[in-house]
Write a protein that binds this ligand. Structure first.
Ligand code: C2E
Ligand code: CA
Ligand code: CA
Length: 735
């Protein structure tokens, strides 16, 4: 309550913004008022000259002292106002302003001399001093303005507004003084007092004081004027004039109160506006900040980075390099310490990177990815220093940085040759063939970084020509998978799986091939990981499964025994489609037996337990398909997977055979796995058999099925059918 009252009275302190707002609005009002005063005074001077024809120049000069004073002060205030509002950014001396001020100063001096000279006989020193006070104030005003022009022209906008407020005060005092003098002079001749009242309004408009200040200042002037007026009024003996003056007196007091109230109300209104404006400005600033700043770390966001990069690359297209920085193992950091600690860690890393590249644009792209645009000079050293600092943040957990880089100026010519993106915009390049779009450049640096993701000993990878070729191949794959399926570029190759005893044909594995008119023969390594990354793998798998089912159907129709086929399945297939339903439909459509279809799932797909995957696998198994565990032993989670799921066949990864001849331990391991499989009720199959020795060994340890180049490479259907027909392969089913 007390606070509210103090606020209404204007006793509470305003914020810096509010004061600035009030000062600025006062200067704006001063400009309007100065224009009004100038127009008015010019009119008065013309009127004066017109009414008194034939006077000498000096007489005119003497008679119009007050008009000239008011006119000059208004011109100075107007000059300052315009300069403050419109020329503030120039931060130069305003020559026209200086010339104007000097002219008025030169006019002011003879005016002053003449004033004293004319009146020295009729006034004593005190009266002279009092009568010449406007001239004095005018001199102060002009000199203050000149001081500003010569010494203070470089001060900030805020300080300049405060200075303008000071000039306004002098202008207001001149107006009030002028009003008092003219009105007292008029009253003494039984005439109006309106001049003072008018000037009081000017002054009130010129300066929106705080309520209590408005009250004090206006009251002081009204009382002073009343004090000057009272003896004149009493001295007047005419009853008619007495009546007029009495009426004037009552109106005078009413006016005083009204004017004080109006000033207070205008002040409050402006203060409310200032508060609103301040909130708006704050909101605007915040939004502006958010638009260019990463919310979490406070460094630039990608929007700002792209703007900066475009600007810099325009001037330095040849020697700048984009860096993409990824925090290795950040996921584990989050898992171990929680998200708030993870966020703090990201802020620290952002700080380290920013300080490592103090003059370059640095931004957080997303999650734990940062981007930098820098120069190549001592780049390796700088990256090493940053890495060391990041590693040292928390020595308890392994965290490192992986950095990929792309230098547009290196002008990789392959990029243009290899881009065949029918649906995509052509990449933005300058005439020299340098990629200028920061998004593309960052994408390439990120790609290079991705290549060393799982390489323990590599921390820096540059996007070179080989990477470029790979990059475009990947882009091509993602953009063309649908076309490839439609146009039959995707084909199935079948690799035989044989019984280890008689080497008769047990089944085949269906392996995808992409035979492309542009790239030629693409092996699964070129497209499977990309399609998985871009969540398109289900399209390929569905297509392969359909082709396989169709082939089995055709072979059977042609009178051969149906060949059982194992299909590869990706863990994403379970997320991207209703896999059990797709398989079920295909089997129905081609009238196949479910035991002729095996599903191969890799152990890595099962490592992260997913409810849906587990349910779907159980459904597939219950539907009658057999489930094979692929690549057993290639990951870390092999034994857990065996505990949690049940499989019909265990496919032992080919890496155990790679050191078959050199490492006796491989044999022991193979033996153990085969035993383990048998104990868990599974058949075993070893992949990658390339020699007779391997085949003999595997047969001896009890591995029932074998697959590998020794028995046949993956081949098109017609080749395998031909080999069945000519007796190379004899189909022999289980049981
Ligand atoms: P995988 O399922 O482990 O397939 C076995 C891979 O080993 C095949 O490579 C095959 O050509 C190769 N291979 C077979 N015998 C030998 C041998 O004696 N020595 C050597 N060095 N290699 C041998 P491929 O066809 O390049 O397939 C690679 C991987 O791509 C496959 O590994 C599988 O994970 C994936 N893949 C292939 N086709 C498909 C598919 O249609 N769908 C899905 N989701 N993945 C597929
Ligand atoms: Ca497989
Ligand atoms: Ca395999």
């Amino acid at each position: 309550m007390v606070k509210k009252i103090l606020q209404e009275l204007g006793i509470t302190k305003n914020t810096r913004y509010e004061n600035q707002y009030l000062n600025d609005t006062n200067i704006r009002t001063a400009i309007y008022m100065a224009v009004v005063v100038i127009a008015l005074e010019i009119w008065m001077i013309i009127r004066y000259v017109y009414k008194r024809p034939g006077l000498s120049f000096m007489d005119y000069f003497d008679g119009e002292t007050n008009y000239i004073i008011l006119l000059s002060s208004a011109v100075i205030v107007l000059t300052f106002g315009i300069r403050h509002k419109y020329l503030e950014n120039e931060r130069k001396r305003c020559i026209p302003g200086i010339i104007t001020a000097v002219i008025f100063l030169l006019l002011d001096i003879p005016l002053f001399v003449r004033f004293v000279y004319v009146r020295k006989d009729i006034m004593n020193f005190r009266e002279l001093l009092s009568a010449s006070k406007y001239l004095f104030l005018l001199s102060v005003l002009i000199l203050s303005y000149l001081i500003y022009e010569f010494f203070l022209y470089e001060i900030s906008h805020r300080r300049s507004a405060i200075y303008g407020q000071y000039l306004n005060v002098i202008f207001a005092l001149i107006c009030l003084g002028f009003g008092i003098e003219t009105s007292v002079y008029d009253v003494s001749r039984e005439r109006q007092i309106l001049c003072f009242v008018t000037m009081a309004i000017y002054a009130a408009c010129l300066l929106i004081w705080k309520p209590y200040a408005s009250f004090i200042i206006l009251s002081v002037f009204f009382l002073y004027f009343y004090h000057e007026w009272e003896p004149i009024m009493n001295a007047n003996e005419s009853p008619h004039a007495q009546k007029i003056l009495e009426a004037n007196q009552i109106n005078y007091f009413t006016f005083w109160i009204a004017l004080v109230m109006v000033s207070v109300s205008i002040y409050q209104q402006r203060l409310t506006e200032a508060k609103k404006d301040e909130n708006l400005t704050k909101a605007h600033d915040l939004m502006k900040k958010l638009a260019v700043q990463d919310e979490l770390t406070g460094i630039s966001n990608m929007y700002q980075f792209v703007q900066d990069a475009e600007r810099i690359m325009k001037d330095h297209p040849d020697d700048r390099i984009y860096l993409f920085i990824n925090i290795d193992n950040f996921k584990n950091y989050n898992d171990k310490y929680g998200y708030p600690a993870g966020n703090r860690f990201l802020c620290t890393v952002a700080d380290i990177i920013s300080k490592g590249f103090p003059d370059d644009p640095v931004a957080r792209q997303s999650d734990d990815h940062f981007v930098v645009l820098t120069t190549t000079s001592s780049l390796e050293t700088r990256i090493r220093e940053i890495r060391n600092k990041v590693i040292a943040i928390n020595p308890e957990i392994y965290v490192d940085l992986k950095v990929g880089s792309y230098m547009p100026g290196k002008n990789i010519t392959e990029s243009t040759k290899l881009i065949i993106n029918p649906g995509c915009q052509p990449e933005q390049e300058n005439p020299a063939g340098v990629i200028t779009d920061p998004h593309i450049a960052v994408d390439r640096a990120r790609f290079a970084c991705g290549l060393i993701k799982n390489k323990f000993d590599k921390h820096y990878m540059e996007y070179d020509e080989n990477v470029d070729r790979d990059f475009h191949k990947r882009q091509y794959v993602v953009n063309n998978i649908d076309t490839a399926i439609e146009n039959g570029y995707i084909q199935v190759y079948y690799q035989p799986v044989v019984w280890s005893e008689a080497h008769t044909l047990c089944s085949c594995e269906a392996l995808a091939r992409w035979i492309d008119p542009e790239y030629g023969f693409l092996s699964p390594g070129d497209f499977i990981p990309v399609l998985e990354e871009y969540r398109q793998i289900h399209k390929l798998d569905k297509c392969i499964w359909e082709m396989v089912c169709c082939d089995i159907h055709d072979v059977t129709e042609a009178g051969l025994k149906p060949i059982p086929v194992s299909l590869n399945i990706s863990r994403l297939d379970f997320e991207l489609m209703d896999t059990p339903a797709v398989l079920e439909d295909l089997v129905k459509k081609y009238k196949l037996h479910k035991h002729d279809i095996h599903i191969e799932i890799t152990e890595s797909a099962l490592a992260d337990d997913m409810g849906r995957l587990q349910r779907d696998l159980a459904r597939i198994k219950n539907d009658g398909f057999s489930i094979w565990l692929d690549d057993f032993g290639s990951g870390y989670s092999s034994l857990n997977v065996l505990k949690d799921y049940s499989f019909d066949v265990l496919k032992i990864d080919m890496k155990f055979l790679s050191s078959f001849n050199d490492n006796e331990k491989s044999k022991i391991i193979l033996n153990t796995i085969v035993d383990l499989a048998a104990k868990l009720g599974m058949y075993s199959l070893t992949e990658g058999v390339e020699t007779n020795d391997e085949a003999v060994f595997l047969q001896e340890i009890g591995c029932g099925r074998l697959q590998g180049y020794y028995f046949g490479k993956p081949m098109p259907l017609q080749d395998i059918v031909a080999k069945i027909k000519d007796g190379t392969y004899i189909i022999k089913k289980l049981g």
